[in-house]
Design a protein around this ligand. Structure first.
Ligand code: NDP
Length: 419
């Protein structure tokens, strides 16, 4: 039996918390700690009585390492699951080290202030040396490797769907289907319709920054960067149908590129509708996606944060969203000297998710793997000292848990490939 502390109480956290409470044979105690404690209390009130997990709540600013360390030491969890924002990754890792507790998250570090000169110096050097310009990357968290190793603690990074499950699919393909993998195409399709002209499925600030940045992929161990949305393909997705998809930079390319250097090309594609792209281009052109504060009538505002306040709360999309998501990976390579290709994917229905946990499929497909990652760490199945991504452990217990906890997957041989 184990004690988990979850930080954050937004869209993804809500699903992870529901799933932890369903899994009360493993998690007998849960602390939900977030910036706005009323959200934690509301969820506790809803779930108490439906679960054997003993839930408590706390207010915390996860940017404050000292206060967070104190809270972790008081509660003494077996692990901390960070489903706040990527801005808090490093402070939460610091607090976990200080308190001697394992760490788990779903997204790699990104600074809140991209104009911070200290951060910029490191960023500019990395852009030049590695050749990709995304604001988020693994270097900041991989730099904690020695500290976690010496402390005998595990940090499991990026256990959402993508990254997370997609990298587990890669480890599973490598273990069971290939002698060598040559190419990986990760395809993320959201066929959901919420009826709004424009809304984002998860935190708008994180989502819009990801989508408006240049795309990139890895070829023969090197990054190739392209202008945003400049590579487009069409694919026919099971459960959704034909959709346009665009090549984006994405976290797992970096981790897979490092951990599976034999793979010759790794790409990531995400589907977008025309209305979404038109709105995004317009907002970008007028400066609404900027993270640099401006002065308006004597008050400092950050344009993208103001936009977030105008857009529908991603949590409110749940009851309105119809349709399915289909996320997975196409692998090509060789087995026993012969060419082979497979596609591993999950199809998830927005309304089914809403019925089960009161959230749409984007939060669901992230929150379920977050719980699974936490479960594998606290039960010791995925526990070793150091900092790891999800492709660095035995994929089998994770794949089994996906089937059990609501994200069943399929393997299809000889799929249609993306050119
Ligand atoms: P939300 O904005 O819905 O929730 C974020 C939560 O974190 C809110 O409850 C917020 O508090 C809390 N929070 C923010 N800052 C602090 C702080 N300083 N201290 C304590 N709590 C804080 O985001 P999502 O649920 O959509 O996303 C959560 C994470 O999941 C993000 O890191 C995102 O990048 C990641 N993600 C990963 C995916 C994957 O597949 N790997 C896919 C989608 C998301 P408040 O309520 O006060 O605002």
């Amino acid at each position: 039996m184990s004690k988990l502390m979850i930080i954050g109480c937004g869209g993804v956290a809500s699903v992870a918390i529901h799933k932890v409470c369903q899994n009360d044979g493993v998690f007998d105690e849960l602390l939900i700690a977030s910036r706005t404690v009323s959200k934690c209390d509301a969820l506790k009130d809803k779930l108490q009585g439906q679960t054997k997990t003993k839930i408590t709540t706390a207010q915390i600013d996860a940017d404050d390492v000292e206060a967070l360390t104190k809270l972790i030491k008081e509660y003494q969890p077996d692990a901390v699951l960070n489903v706040a924002l990527p801005y808090q990754d490093l402070t939460i890792m610091d607090a976990c080290l200080a308190a001697g507790v394992d760490y788990i998250d779903t997204a790699n570090f990104e600074p809140e202030d991209t104009e911070d000169p200290e951060w910029r110096k490191v960023y500019d050097k990395r852009c030049q040396e590695l050749g990709f310009s995304a604001y988020f990357d693994y270097s900041w968290q991989w730099a904690y490797e020695d500290k976690f190793k010496q402390a005998g603690l595990t940090a499991l990074l990026g256990t959402g769907f993508d990254p997370g499950v997609t990298s587990v699919f890669a480890a599973y393909a490598k273990k069971h289907y290939f002698d060598t993998i040559d190419t990986i195409d990760i395809l993320d399709c959201n066929g959901g319709d919420h009826g709004y002209a424009f809304a984002t499925n998860f935190n708008p600030e994180i989502n819009l920054r990801e989508v408006s940045a240049p795309g990139s992929y890895m070829e023969n161990g090197k990054w190739v960067e392209i202008p945003a949305m400049s590579i487009k393909r069409e694919y026919d997705f099971e459960g959704v149908g034909k959709k346009d998809m665009y090549l984006l930079h994405h976290e797992e390319i970096e981790a897979l590129g490092r951990n599976m250097p034999e793979v010759k090309r790794i790409r990531f594609f995400m589907t977008f509708g025309q209305s979404y792209l038109d709105h995004m281009r317009c907002l970008e052109n007028v400066g609404m996606l900027s993270t640099t504060p401006i002065n308006y009538n004597g008050q400092e505002i950050v344009p993208i944060q103001f936009l977030k306040a105008l857009l529908p709360d991603p949590a409110s999309l749940g009851p309105r969203t119809k349709g399915k998501t289909n996320i997975g990976c196409i692998f090509t390579g060789k087995k026993d000297g012969k060419e082979r290709s497979i596609y591993i994917y999950n199809v998830c229905d927005h309304q089914e998710c809403y019925k089960e946990v009161g959230s749409q499929a984007i939060s669901y497909t992230t929150g379920v793997p977050a719980m699974i990652g936490a479960m594998l760490v606290v039960t010791g199945q995925w526990k070793k000292p150091g900092v790891f991504t999800t492709d660095e452990f035995d994929p089998d217990p994770y794949m089994e848990a996906l089937n059990k906890w609501g994200l069943p997957w399929k393997v299809v041989e000889n799929p249609v490939l993306v050119d």
